[in-house]
Design a protein around this ligand. Structure first.
Ligand code: AKG
Ligand code: FE2
Length: 331
């Protein structure tokens, strides 16, 4: 009996194989922005993913937001309904089954998107502490994103502020910029419950749409990625306290695919014990301002030929993606 259960400590992960680059954001010695830039450049070109450690965002701040999202999910349905994501906007509550990343399989997860720190985006009235905790975390993640952009500018040898200027309206509202803090809760899997059949998924395979994503996940596991050049799904694993960064599609277009947009998904854990527990994560999706034109010719390397492809704005590119994900349901 015991043999039929897969033990967590026996599972091979990218963390257990030391296959994910780890980037230390603590300042020591050489100029921080240069070192981080070089390490990010290597990580984005070779793997599309890295762990950021010593990033200065206390674990308590992240846990506080997870706890507050649990409180939201305990609210009466009529209060939750008032905060549902509506047609044409990105902020608000998305209940299980509303998103379909692969176009067909519904996601078994609760999500709450925040694109601006105001009453409309955050259920402040229902949960004043949630508003406070989200505001603190958003401020930290935004600052961290801006630092990462500066490091990327140095590594790519492009004009200072190239990225920072194009992301100047992060968290000023989805009408200006689609950057989003997304709280996520994947409920425990109860076998035999309708909708949790074979083929069910916590989050279907996709690449993130924007510039890059910062992801804080708990220790429950389930996140899998396809590393560049491979179709094999590999478990990421858990590095305590680390924040994961993965490249998005816009960054990949911008860099003429030199930086990878990493396919990823969240599966239902194989281990019986773990699947009966819920999983929390928080993603901060970093996007350029909606009006920015994303041209692969902006960052041409020496001697590289110009692309003749049609140039779209960040807004046009993301709308196309949203239509694929939410289908006719909410977009
Ligand atoms: O929950 C996670 O770990 C990943 C979520 C994700 O990839 C997404 O929402 O885009
Ligand atoms: Fe994602």
């Amino acid at each position: 009996m015991i043999n039929s259960k897969i033990r967590e400590d026996k599972l091979e992960t990218l963390v257990s194989r030391s296959a994910v680059p780890i980037i230390d954001l603590a300042h020591c010695g050489k100029s921080l922005v240069h070192r981080v830039g070089q390490q990010l450049h290597k990580a984005f070109t070779e793997k599309g993913i890295a762990f950021l450690v010593n990033h200065g965002i206390a674990e308590d701040k992240i846990k506080a937001v997870w706890d507050q999202f649990d409180n939201f999910l305990d609210l009466p349905a009529e209060i939750q309904d008032r905060h549902r994501r509506k047609d044409g906007v990105n902020y608000g509550y998305v209940s299980p089954g509303m998103e379909r990343f692969d176009g067909s399989t519904p996601e078994l997860r609760h999500a709450y998107n925040v694109c601006k720190l105001d009453e409309q985006n955050i259920p402040r009235e229902a949960l004043p502490e949630l508003a406070e905790d989200i505001t603190t975390l958003c401020t930290d993640l935004k600052a961290m994103s801006l630092f990462i952009m500066k490091a990327m500018e140095v590594a790519l040898e492009i004009p200072p502020s190239f990225f920072v200027d194009k992301h100047s309206q992060m968290l000023e509202g989805d009408d200006l910029n689609m950057s989003t803090l997304r709280m996520l809760y994947y409920p425990a899997i109860v076998d035999d419950e309708p909708g949790q059949s074979e083929g069910a998924i916590r989050c279907g395979a996709h690449v993130d749409y924007g510039t890059f994503t910062l992801l804080a996940q708990d220790s429950e596991g389930g996140l899998e990625v396809q590393l560049p050049g491979s179709e094999k799904w590999e478990r990421v694993g858990h590095l305590p306290g680390a924040i994961l960064i993965n490249g998005g599609e816009l960054l990949s277009i911008w860099t003429k695919q030199r930086y990878h947009a990493l396919p990823h998904r969240v599966v239902i854990p194989e281990q019986e014990l773990i699947r009966t527990r819920g999983r929390h994560s928080i993603a901060y999706f970093c996007h350029p301002n909606n009006s920015i034109l994303i041209s692969p010719n902006d960052l041409l390397g020496e001697g590289e030929a110009k692309s003749e492809d049609k140039v779209y704005s960040a807004y046009e590119l993301i709308q196309k993606k949203f239509n694929d994900t939410y289908g006719q349901r909410s977009q």
